[in-house]
Design a protein. Structure first.
Length: 464
């Protein structure tokens, strides 16, 4: 296996950097060092010190906003305005982690509820779970690192972080910032490695918690290989459905849905993918949606007015192009787009009524493609929206409270947005998939809670 990986610009495939890959022998040293840190409680970082480190890290990040923005867009291809929003969100994520440290606490366990529990006092405390192994995705290279690295540090856990092979530079920059902020040596290792070494990391019995953001195929496979006792959180993808009712507000809905469909060229696990539009609205919806879509600027992510940047690799653009062609051959009507602009740039594409069996209907597209389906019976539309095995975030657009509540109840999703697009997220809300889309919730506080475990203390005394 090659020992060097090349980091390429998604936009023009130019070389950004070459990085070494670690081997199994290197991984053994890293896991061993992390385990030794955790085993010696005298080396644990007290809460006040974790607060100091992360507050300083957020302050340093605030002085590097432009630098971090261009680093993220150069390796990930997300347009400047969206990459900058990611950096600001990442800084807020660090601050959220600081705030939650004071909420990591146990509670009193009631005694004397039975005769046998007289003369006893019991309470719980929350301790760090142990060594955390985290594997991340490419699409938010800095913010996902915050969600997996900073949460572990805030919870008091040593963490070994493997970024996506295409976008490691932002997480490495975060590691440098944390070191500058005072994080002691050994508490964070950012590693680049091949799949075999990554599997050795995840399945090692010294790993106490496994955090994964990426494809369902890889995530479920790795979960099946975990050592006994290793807990995990998995965040996979979806094929987010939207129900558009007859009374939807077009002025608010169209900009939201266009943004939710084509943000980061659709490379978001909750990107709008399937829009079910009431038949009475179909023609007007298509007219307004296409008009807004066709105004989007596709191109160089470093330009401030670019709306849609490249797909992460030429291979992904090949796949999207193939799926769209298959859908059209199978009866879908191409309403807009459908053309490749460069190796990695693909036009924002709108398809009408692709077959239920086509890949664009049945799988996560993860590209700038959205599908529109007419309906006359809302329950039938919801049934189709729920038909896949992936269930993450969904949405409904309506002015009727009754319709909204009924749809929220019936849609199989961990979150249903009413009059907002499916890709909306803030990092203090619960976020995660259900069924094939994952396990656990991935908000900052939720992740920190996952990275702790309960210890109970019980006193028995005649004076109690």
């Amino acid at each position: 296996m090659e020992s060097i990986i090349k980091i390429l610009s998604p936009y023009d495939q130019s070389l950004i950097k070459e990085l070494p890959l670690i081997q199994a022998r290197d991984l053994e040293k890293i896991i061993n060092a992390a385990q030794k840190l955790f085993d010696d409680q005298s080396l644990w970082i007290p809460a006040y010190k974790r607060i100091e480190i992360l507050e300083k890290a957020a302050s340093i990040m605030n002085t590097k906003i432009e630098e971090l923005t261009f680093l993220a867009l150069s390796e990930g291809g997300k347009p400047y305005k969206d990459s900058k929003a990611e950096v600001l969100r990442a800084i807020k994520g660090v601050k959220l982690a600081v705030e939650h440290i004071s909420h990591i606490k146990g509670e009193q366990v009631p005694m004397a509820l039975t005769e046998t529990s007289l003369n006893r006092l019991a309470f719980t405390q929350m301790e760090p779970i142990g060594v955390v192994a985290a594997i991340s995705a490419f699409n938010h290279p800095l913010n996902l690192a915050v969600h997996q690295i900073v949460t572990a540090v805030a919870a008091g856990c040593p963490v070994i972080f493997k970024p996506a092979m295409t976008t490691p530079l932002s997480s490495m920059a975060l590691a440098d910032i944390l070191q500058e902020a005072g994080l002691p040596s050994g508490w964070l290792h950012v590693i680049m490695c091949g799949n075999e070494v990554a599997e050795l990391l995840v399945t090692d019995p010294r790993i106490n918690f496994f955090s994964f953001i990426g494809s369902a195929k890889v995530g479920w496979y790795l979960k099946s290989k975990l050592s006994p006792g290793t807990r995990c959180a998995l965040e996979h993808g979806g094929a987010a459905p939207v129900i558009v009712e007859q009374d939807a507000d077009f002025d608010e809905m169209i900009p939201d849905l266009v943004k939710g469909s084509f943000y980061h060229a659709g490379q978001v696990c909750v990107s709008v993918q399937r829009i079910y539009v009431h038949q009475e609205l179909l023609d007007l919806f298509i007219e307004k949606f296409l008009k807004a879509t066709n105004k989007l600027k596709v191109g160089n992510p470093s330009e401030s007015d670019t709306d849609v940047g490249p797909l992460i690799t030429p291979k992904e653009a090949d796949r999207v192009e193939e799926w769209v062609s298959e859908a059209i051959a199978d009866g879908a009507k191409l309403l807009s787009g459908g053309e490749r602009i460069s190796e990695t740039l693909y036009q924002p594409t709108v398809l009408l009524n692709p077959s239920e069996s086509s890949k664009v209907s049945s799988k996560e597209i993860f590209g700038p493609v959205v599908c529109i389906y007419p309906f006359t019976d809302r329950d039938e539309a919801i049934k189709k929206a729920n038909a896949l095995d992936v269930h993450f975030q969904a949405a409904v657009f309506t002015k009727s409270l009754d319709i909204a509540l009924d749809t929220v109840k019936k849609l199989n999703a961990t979150a249903v947005m009413v009059n907002d697009h499916t890709a909306f997220r803030v990092d203090w809300m619960p976020f995660g998939g259900r069924d094939a889309s994952g396990i656990g919730m991935g908000g900052i506080s939720q992740s920190m809670d996952d990275m702790t475990r309960t210890k109970m203390t019980l006193f028995k005394s005649k004076f109690l």
